[in-house]
Design a protein. Sequence first.
Length: 71
Amino acid sequence: MSNVSKALEDVWNWKDACYRDVAHLPFREALRKRIEDSERTARELGFTVVERNARSRLAVAEDRTEYVTEK
């Protein structure tokens, strides 16, 4: 792997660690853990999390700018 950047190796190692963290769980539980971990991280980083249907979901960190195409 000498042709691979250190950054790419770091990403691969991180993804492998994330997989190992939930590999022992059934699919739905693994997915739930990933979502909960993501929500916690988003909160820690100051992103807005909105409550919907008794489950939290991440809000898009962007204003309501309207996108238009020029004619």
